[in-house]
Write a protein that binds this ligand. Structure first.
Ligand code: GDP
Ligand code: MG
Length: 441
């Protein structure tokens, strides 16, 4: 398959622009690759339509080949469909004790993942975690969780025989409140397949505990079945996040794309082994690579990205030198800066910038918040983006509310933008000649 795909993209390379026929031909192969990766058929159809819409008629820059351009679009749309760049963290912003409800089919990895999340919250965030098993189906299930709790060095709810899952859930939350736990992880029983009794039970537990997260745990190896599971759980109980387990296996991860599309819930975490440490944030770009699963296509994407990065960077550098830069520019360049790691990375692209960087104090920009900034800027009006100075208290409040952020975050963005503008003004004052002189000396 890999060879076939390269052939198609190679053919495209010889031509000038992206015609409908070009894209159709390429998409046939991409479609097969995705089906091969166990992406559900309706999801594949949706995906290829999106790529076609974006690709046909698209002018291809001189610097990259049409084949690279299509490969890049395929990759971009796939990453977007998987949830965009960056991992979505667990939402624990509720009054303590915060409940996390683990749901899913039997054997999907709920109990193991409960232990993994407990370990992570305990060691990384110093949260006080209580693990509670509501699994009264299998005799050893509650013991299994207790042993995992010991390994993770967190507490587990004492086992009281004869209680129903709902009774255990109530007791867990009471214990959490009484003993000052930050987080209570509720590990439920699974079934071999979806049935109404299971759903009713989970609904009852949900109503009892009001969880901040209802995490659906799905085995990546289940492929297309994962879609049915995700749909059933989401319809019945509502899912706030997905955990894909067994990503250490040879599953291509197509289930991730299907589930994300069907439920709309972000994939938050992945399991990559049986050990408690084997829990990772979900990285859409990595899973995209895995779904396409083709060394050659990945190579094309990489080549295209590098070339485009270079062009973007040069454009940004020009703007900087002219000292003209508003919040719109900032927004459109955010991704770029995040990729480069720092504003210094962009300066490095220009001759003689090393010195200037030292003069400016080699100021690094915190890239982790840049993606949040994109959301905040999109809540601003055109006028606000052009002239950030007009953004005073009441506007800040509106922007914060509109982007699901806080006034402090808006302030932080404006401060960062201000820092960048100042730096650019200094650069533009020097002018190109000044820059060159700096470079020469
Ligand atoms: P549950 O029935 O949903 O609670 O599933 P368990 O947590 O008991 O997991 C079932 C089996 O899958 C156990 O043997 C786990 O060790 C294993 N398991 C869970 N997560 C992963 C994973 O990410 N990778 C691998 N390889 N095995 C896993
Ligand atoms: Mg279990």
């Amino acid at each position: 398959l890999s060879g076939k795909l390269t052939g198609v993209f190679d053919k495209l390379r010889q031509r000038g622009a992206l015609s409908e026929a070009d894209v159709t031909e390429a998409m046939r192969e991409v479609r097969l690759a995705m089906l091969d990766a166990d992406v559900a058929l309706p999801v594949v159809k949706d995906f290829t339509t999106k790529v076609r819409e974006r690709a046909i008629g698209r002018e291809v820059m001189d610097s990259i080949s049409p084949g690279q351009a299509v490969a890049k679009i395929v990759n971009d749309v796939l990453i977007e469909a998987l949830g965009g760049a960056g991992a979505v963290p667990l939402n624990l912003a509720a009054a303590a004790p915060v409940a996390i409800l683990m749901v899913g089919l039997q054997g999907s990895g709920k109990t193991t993942t409960s232990g993994k999340i407990a370990l992570r919250l305990h060691t990384r965030e110093r949260r006080r975690v209580l693990l509670a098993s509501l699994d009264t189906q299998r005799p050893a299930a509650q013991l299994q969780l207790q042993q995992l709790a010991e390994k993770a060095r967190v507490s587990s709810l004492p086992i009281v025989p004869g209680q129903t899952p709902v009774q255990i859930a109530r007791r867990a939350m009471e214990t959490g409140r009484r003993e000052g736990f930050d987080v209570v992880i509720l590990d439920t029983a699974g079934r071999l397949s979806i049935d109404e009794a299971l759903m009713a039970e989970v609904r009852e537990i949900r109503a009892e505990t009001n969880p901040a997260e209802t995490l659906l745990v799905v085995d990546a190896m289940t492929g297309q079945d994962a879609v049915n599971t995700a749909k059933a759980f989401n319809d019945a109980v509502g899912v706030t996040g997905i955990v894909m387990t067994r990503m250490d296996g040879d599953a291509r991860g197509g289930a991730a794309l299907s589930m994300r599309q069907i439920t709309g819930a972000p994939i938050k975490l992945t399991g990559s082994g049986e050990k408690l440490e084997a829990l990772e944030d979900f990285h859409p770009e990595r899973v995209a690579g895995r779904i396409l699963g083709l060394g050659d296509l990945a190579g094309l994407v990489e080549k295209a990205s590098e070339t485009l990065d270079q062009e973007e960077t040069e454009k940004l550098a020009l703007k900087m030198m002219r000292g003209k830069f508003d919040l719109d520019d900032y927004a459109s360049q955010i991704k770029q800066i995040a990729k480069m790691g720092s504003i210094g990375g962009i300066l490095d692209m220009l001759p003689g910038m090393g010195k200037l960087k030292d003069q400016l104090g080699n100021k690094e920009i915190d890239t982790s918040i840049l993606t949040r900034h994109g959301a905040i800027i999109s809540s601003m009006t055109k006028a606000e983006r052009r002239t950030p100075d007009i953004i005073k208290a009441s506007r800040k409040k509106r922007i914060a509310a509109g982007s699901g952020s806080t006034v402090q975050e808006v302030n932080r963005l404006l401060k960062q933008f201000d820092d960048m503008s100042t730096m650019m003004k200094r650069i533009s004052k020097l002018g190109v000649k000044g820059l060159m002189r700096q470079g020469m000396s």
